[in-house]
Write a protein that binds this ligand. Structure first.
Ligand code: MET
Ligand SMILES: [Zn+2]
Length: 339
C-alpha cells in the first residue's frame, strides 16, 4: 500500500505500519503506552544506581519488573515496554556474564513482560486481547544509554560515533530481542540522525520482521537533542518499511505539540509520544533535578491537544507513574468515546 496524503513522505507503509495501524484501530483509534519503568522500580525500593539501570532488575528482581508491568496494564496501558532499555550484551559481559548468559538475560526481559500479560488475562477473565490490545514492546536504548553518562540526552558520541560502530554495537541485541518474539521493537530516546540510520540499516540487513518504532528526544521542541533536525530524523524512519510508528519520548510535555507537527510533515505512519514529567536529568549527579515537572493533571490536560495534532499512541516516560497512565487512559476515553 502506498500512503501519500497530507504532508507524508509517500514511502511504502509496509507490513509494520499496517500492523501498528490495525492495533490502533483495535484500540478504538488510539493506544495507551505505559509510563516510566525505572521510576516505578525505584518507587518500589530498587536501587538503580548501576550502569544497567532498570535492567539490573532483570538480574536482581524480575518479580518487581513483572509487578510494574502489571500495574501499568491495570492502569490502562495497551503497550508495555520491556526492561531492556539499558541492557546490552556488552553491559552484562562487563559484569562477568558470558555472551550467552547476556543473551539469555535479554530474552528474559521479554519473557517477564509476556508473563505479566498472561497474569493480567488470568486475573481478569472478562478481558481479552481481542477486545483490548495488550502488546509487548522490546526496548532498545541508544548507545548513549549503554554509556550510562547521560549522552542519550546530548547525542554526542565523540570519535566512536560512526555508522559501522553503532551498527556493530546494536546488531546482536536486536537479533536476540527479535528472536524472543515481542510484538514490537521500541528504539527509544534516539538522540541523533546517525543512530537512526544505523537502526534502519540493521533492520534491513537482519531482516527483522517485527514492527518497530523510532522514538526521538528533544530539548528545544525543534531538533533532536544532538541538534540534528527532527524532520530529517523522522524522514529516515519514514523511508523504512520496517518502521511502524515514529515519535518522541523522554521530552518535556511543553515541547510535544510542535514536535508532533514537525513529524507529521514528513510521515503518515502512526505517531507516538511518551513525554517525561518535564524534569531534567543531571547525568553527573545521576538524578532528576529542577522539580518544575508538570503534575499528572497538567500532563493530561495536554492529551486532547496531542490527539488533535495527530498522535495515536500516547503514554509517559521518566518520572511518570501508573497514576499518570490512568489519567491518560481516562482522558483518551473521553476523546475517543467509542473506545
Ligand atoms: C531514559 S528513557 C527510559 C525509557 C524506558 N522505557 C524506561 O521507562 O525506563
Ligand atoms: Zn525516559
Amino acid at each position: 500500500m502506498v500512503v501519500k496524503s497530507g504532508g507524508g513522505g509517500g514511502a511504502e507503509e509496509g507490513a509494520a505500519g499496517a500492523a501498528v495501524r490495525r492495533w490502533v484501530e483495535a484500540g478504538g483509534g488510539r493506544l495507551v503506552l505505559d509510563g516510566g519503568l525505572a521510576t516505578e522500580l525505584e518507587a518500589h525500593g530498587a536501587d538503580l544506581n548501576d550502569p544497567l539501570w532498570s535492567a539490573k532488575c532483570i538480574l536482581s528482581s524480575p518479580h518487581l519488573i513483572r509487578k510494574v508491568h502489571l500495574d501499568y496494564i491495570e492502569a490502562g496501558a495497551n503497550i508495555i515496554i520491556t526492561a531492556s532499555y539499558q541492557a546490552t550484551i556488552q553491559g552484562f559481559e562487563s559484569k562477568g556474564f558470558s555472551k550467552e548468559q547476556g543473551e539469555n538475560l535479554l530474552t528474559k526481559g521479554v519473557e517477564i513482560a509476556h508473563e505479566a500479560r498472561e497474569m493480567f488475562l488470568k486475573q481478569h477473565p472478562d478481558q481479552s486481547t481481542a477486545l483490548r490490545p495488550i502488546l509487548v514492546a522490546a526496548s532498545i536504548g541508544s548507545y548513549g544509554a549503554y554509556l550510562a553518562d547521560g549522552s542519550e540526552y546530548s547525542g554526542d558520541y565523540g570519535e566512536a560515533g560512526t555508522l559501522e560502530f553503532l551498527k556493530d554495537f546494536h546488531r546482536r541485541r536486536l537479533q536476540v530481542l527479535a528472536e524472543a518474539r515481542p510484538d514490537l521493537i521500541a528504539f527509544e530516546t534516539i538522540p541523533n540522525k546517525l543512530e537512526a540510520q544505523a537502526y534502519v540499516e540493521l533492520l534491513e540487513e537482519c531482516n527483522i520482521n517485527i514492527p518497530s518504532w523510532f522514538s526521538f528526544n528533544s530539548k528545544d521542541g525543534v531538533n533532536v537533542v544532538s541538534g540534528d533536525s527532527l524532520i530529517e530524523c523522522a524522514k529516515i524512519a519514514n523511508e523504512c518499511a520496517k518502521v511502524g510508528a515514529v515519535g518522541i519520548n523522554c521530552t518535556p510535555p511543553r515541547f510535544i505539540h510542535s514536535l508532533i507537527l514537525s513529524i507529521r510533515k514528513v510521515t503518515d505512519k502512526p505517531i507516538l509520544i511518551y513525554p517525561n514529567s518535564g524534569e531534567r536529568y543531571d547525568a553527573e549527579k545521576k538524578e532528576w533535578v529542577e522539580s518544575t515537572g508538570v503534575s499528572d493533571g497538567d500532563f493530561v490536560s495536554y492529551v486532547g491537544e496531542w490527539c488533535k495534532d495527530g498522535a495515536a499512541l500516547i503514554g509517559g516516560c521518566c518520572r511518570t507513574t501508573p497514576n499518570t497512565i490512568r489519567a491518560i487512559t481516562r482522558s483518551l476515553n473521553q476523546y475517543y468515546p467509542a473506545a
